[in-house]
Write a protein that binds this ligand. Structure first.
Ligand code: HEM
Length: 429
């Protein structure tokens, strides 16, 4: 059980921390705008020992130190498993899910070294800055096709027309998934990642498990096809690497394929959606972007910081460790509030202000915490940024203005934070 290194737990403070965490991750108030609640959390209970037995960190340096510490990792549980400690129907179901997952092939996200290192090094070649930069022209082309649809209709739901199709198309092309299957994969991935939310109901968890099974079956078919008829794609490269050096089992290849969609699709969709939302909410920043398109890379960083597509990360303790004033024992769980770290005033000037020029120029602000830190630092960070940059550069190039054309609401999800819909109209100035 996690304990304080100095002093005793103050029950009122513990109750307050649990209340704030509940409001952030389980209520419409938190889904709509977690920033004020994060501020209270950081100020009142920056290092929180929760009633559920785990710890919650919210300051930038604490989150960073924890995520980089080799005494913390996955252990024998996977992502999202730390939420199954309650007595609700969903918690019980989640515990069963975690049990069922044990012993199955796992992707790098759920592994510790040395297995993590071996798997990541085989896949990482496809995600170096140089490799990703070579994809830029093709990404720009897919963006252009999406913008054609937006232009033809004078606008529409930017989630459906732009934010959702782009990332799935890009990962599908990298892996070699035939175009006809992209929409089906997209829907399954949306269901799959629902299990990452602490607020997921039993029905959502069941849906996620079903989606996982469907995707697994789909990729098994693709594995057979590519083994017989290799192509110039990542799937074939993974098979070749595995067959050559016996480094990845078939199960691991399938787990990696699943992970690339699960980790890369909805997150990047939400980078685009959250970006549009914030620009529409801050007309002065929209104006500044249209006036100076060189701000696009800085704007993408600022979106990642201000309204991160991933708000929560976490680890299990693997060996006794003292960190952030806490004593951890093996098996203890700890959550890191990435969204709160991204607004830490000790790291960012005017942290709750959306300023798209914050990262412009040589003295850019502190890197964002949105991609995590340490050995699990997001493998697709370069790719996500290039996709975001091409989208916003394309929008500015193509249109003279972008306006809101209806209500925008956030989904009832906060680990992966993003909009349901983003109705816009586009036109010339
Ligand atoms: C804005 C978009 C994205 C965000 C905010 C994001 C965020 C993250 C975060 C926070 C982690 C670390 C999880 C942990 O510490 O346990 C992570 C890991 C990962 N991400 Fe991303 N991600 C994004 C896009 C992508 C894309 C486009 C891909 C690839 C197609 C991708 C692939 C991965 C992989 C493979 C890992 C696991 C790395 C490992 O375990 O070593 N991500 N991502």
């Amino acid at each position: 059980m996690v304990s304080l290194l100095h002093g005793d737990v103050i029950p009122e403070l513990q109750a307050r921390g649990d209340e704030l965490f509940g409001r952030i991750f389980f209520t419409p108030e938190g889904f709509a705008d977690p920033i004020p609640l994060y501020r209270m959390f950081r100020e009142e209970v920056p290092v929180h020992l929760s009633g559920f037995g785990g710890a919650i960190l919210s300051r930038y340096e604490d989150c960073r130190a924890l995520l980089r510490d080799p005494r913390f990792g996955n252990g024998d549980a996977g992502p999202g498993s730390g939420f199954g400690d309650g007595e609700s129907e969903a918690s019980r179901y989640r515990k069963e899910m975690v049990e069922r997952r044990k012993g199955r092939p796992t992707s790098m996200l759920g592994l510790d070294p040395p297995d993590h290192t071996r798997q990541r090094s085989l896949v990482s070649r496809a995600f170096t800055p140089r490799t990703v930069d070579k994809l830029r022209p093709r990404i720009a082309q897919i963006v252009d096709e999406c913008l054609d649809d937006l232009e033809a209709s004078g606008g529409g739901d930017a989630m459906q027309l732009l934010a959702m199709p782009l990332p799935v198309s890009v990962i599908s092309e990298m892996l070699g998934v035939p175009q006809a299957d992209w929409p089906t994969i997209r829907d399954q991935v949306t269901d799959l990642v629902g299990s990452l939310e602490p607020s997921a109901s039993k029905e959502e968890l069941e849906k996620a498990e079903e989606a996982g099974a469907v995707l697994w079956q789909y990729f098994t078919g693709l594995l057979d096809t590519r083994r017989q008829d290799p192509q110039d794609d990542l799937f074939s490269a993974l098979i070749a690497a595995a067959d050559g050096g016996d480094k990845l089992s078939d199960g691991e290849i399938l787990a990696v394929a699943n992970l690339l969609f699960a980790a890369g699709a909805e997150t990047t969709t939400n980078l685009i959606g959250n970006g549009l939302h914030q620009l529409l909410d801050h007309p002065d920043q929209m104006e500044a972007l249209f006036a100076n398109p060189d701000l696009v890379p800085s704007m993408v960083e600022e979106i990642l910081r201000y309204d991160s597509p991933v708000q929560l990360d976490g680890r299990a303790c693997l060996e006794p460790a003292e960190i952030a004033g806490l004593q951890f024992e093996p098996g203890d769980r700890v959550l890191t509030l990435l969204g709160a770290a991204n607004h830490d005033p000790s790291k960012y000037d005017r942290p709750d202000e959306f300023d798209i020029s914050r990262y412009h120029g040589p003295d850019g602000a502190e890197p964002v915490m949105s991609f995590g830190s340490g050995i699990h630092y997001c493998l697709g960070a370069n790719l996500a940024k290039v996709e975001g940059q091409e989208v916003f550069a394309g929008l500015v190039r193509r249109f003279g203005r972008i306006d809101a054309a209806g209500e925008r609401t956030y989904r009832n999800r906060l680990v992966l934070r993003g909009l349901n819909e983003c109705p816009i109209s586009v036109g010339s100035r």
